[in-house]
Ligand binder design. Structure first.
Ligand SMILES: [Zn+2]
Length: 451
């Protein structure tokens, strides 16, 4: 029998009854009353059931969850994960594979859902018209086509479990090239129109290096009436103009964001530190907000304010810096203890990293993700291993205290990051439609030699 939330609760339920319930958008309370479910039982407590498409109306919204103090787990960074799988080109980093390879995008959503994610972010990073024209894709796909396809994929998978769909926008080449506030806002509005047509559950403005542009994005998204989250891609040093995390957060809350935080650019502990500074700033200003964090899955202790983009290993040699699943346990606990309740990941995160976050917070969330069936807490599955010395690793204190080797005897433990110090307004950063010419590239290569 096909599973739906309704016939899973009561297998006798007919299709007509199901349709009637859907028509009246029965919520959990009504369902409990109708089917005499135990007190305290809620449908959303059962993670990753194979629910019908129409479940969304009965789900709790993002603010409802955060207001109730629930932990919300985010997904990982699609651009990096799909680049490694061969569906995104590094450089442009644009998401046209939502149209050209929907099966790859759908599968990654499913893996994050199975790992415990409660949020399916639309794969719309750099899907603004100006970026698509500016960087690369020659398929003649419109921004609308890509954004619509991404919304459909996120919704399809979100409806298979307890996840919400978040429409995402990020920084634009128009801002870097000093276009006006009106022009930049019009770019965000085009993406928002698609998100509204596709009825996403909430909105995220993420990956902003300049708080001014993030404020513009929040103000546009706010016009929709849907909940808005805003993330800067900054560390404790603040944005590219040196504006502190605390001040950035205050400005974003004043612009209308109900959830603020940071994503990308830095390792988990650095990002948590930056969000703590945001929280202090917001509280000091007498304002209120919820907090989120979606860091890199790479160790970046050597980064300065531009984050991992300055690292010599960016973007094709970062693997030795990847966090283990056990590092993710520590991250999840640190974020939770800091009062952050929307905890996810960005570049470098694979589904097993999110599963580790979900396993660390299993008690607080009241459930384990479906993917934990194939894991076992703290290495418990190794009890079944053939070799006795590996069976001896089936315990928490082994994995919790492990110091992993990189396997590279001559590797430095830290790198010397680039530090060109260019930002908005600098000629080097003006964005052009044409591919970078050989002459322009030579100038850049020469400058690298002189650094
Ligand atoms: Zn990222």
């Amino acid at each position: 029998m096909k599973h739906s939330p309704w016939n899973w609760i009561n297998p006798e339920l007919t299709e007509l009854q199901t349709t009637t319930l859907l028509k009246y958008k029965a919520g959990e309370e009504q369902l409990s009353a109708l089917f005499g479910l135990k007190k305290g039982f809620t449908v959303t407590k059962c993670c990753n059931r194979n629910w019908e498409k129409e479940m969304a109306p009965g789900k709790k919204g993002i603010l409802e969850r955060l207001n109730a103090g629930e932990v919300v787990i985010g997904d990982g960074g699609f651009v990096f994960a799909l680049e490694k799988r061969g569906y995104v080109k590094a450089g442009p980093w644009t998401p046209e594979s939502a149209v050209t390879h929907p099966e790859a995008v759908r599968q990654l959503h499913r893996e994050f859902l199975r790992a415990g994610a409660n949020v399916m972010q639309t794969f719309t990073f750099y899907a603004s018209d100006d970026k698509l024209e500016n960087r690369g894709q020659n398929l003649k796909l419109t921004g609308v086509q890509i954004n619509e396809a991404a919304c459909d994929l996120a919704r399809e998978v979100a409806n298979e479990g307890d996840a919400l769909v978040a429409g995402g926008v990020c920084q634009t080449p128009s801002y870097l090239s000093c276009k006006s506030e009106t022009e930049v806002k019009a770019i965000f509005k085009k993406q928002l129109d698609v998100f509204l047509k596709k009825n996403v559950d909430f909105l995220i403005a993420e990956y902003f290096e300049h708080v001014e542009e993030a404020e513009w994005a929040v103000k546009v998204l706010k016009t929709s009436g849907k909940p808005v989250a805003a993330c800067m891609c900054i560390g404790p040093d603040g944005d590219m103009h040196g504006i502190s995390p605390g001040e950035c957060a205050v400005r974003l809350v004043k612009a209308g964001a109900q959830i603020v935080g940071v994503n990308c650019h830095f390792d988990p502990m650095t990002c948590v530190k930056a969000v703590k500074m945001m929280k202090e700033g917001v509280e000091k200003a007498g304002l209120k907000a919820h907090y989120m964090v979606q860091p890199l899955a790479y160790h970046t202790p050597d980064c300065s304010c531009q984050g991992f983009i300055d690292l010599p290993e960016f973007p094709f040699g970062l693997e030795p810096r990847i966090l283990t699943r056990w590092d993710m346990h520590k991250y999840a606990r640190e974020a939770f203890n800091a009062g952050i309740r929307f905890i996810g990941g960005c570049c470098g995160f694979e589904p097993y990293h999110i599963r580790a976050v979900a396993e660390e917070l299993a008690t607080e969330r009241g459930c384990l993700p479906a993917a934990s069936e194939k894991h076992g807490n703290w290495g418990a599955g190794l009890e079944m291993h053939t070799k006795p010395w590996v069976r001896a690793r089936a315990r928490r204190d082994y994995w919790e205290t492990l110091k992993p080797a990189s396997g590279r005897p001559l590797c430095p433990s830290l790198s010397l990051p680039d530090g060109w110090g260019v930002t908005k307004g600098h000629t080097d950063l003006l964005q052009q439609k044409e591919a970078t010419s050989k002459d322009q590239l030579k100038q850049l290569f020469d400058r690298t030699k002189n650094q």
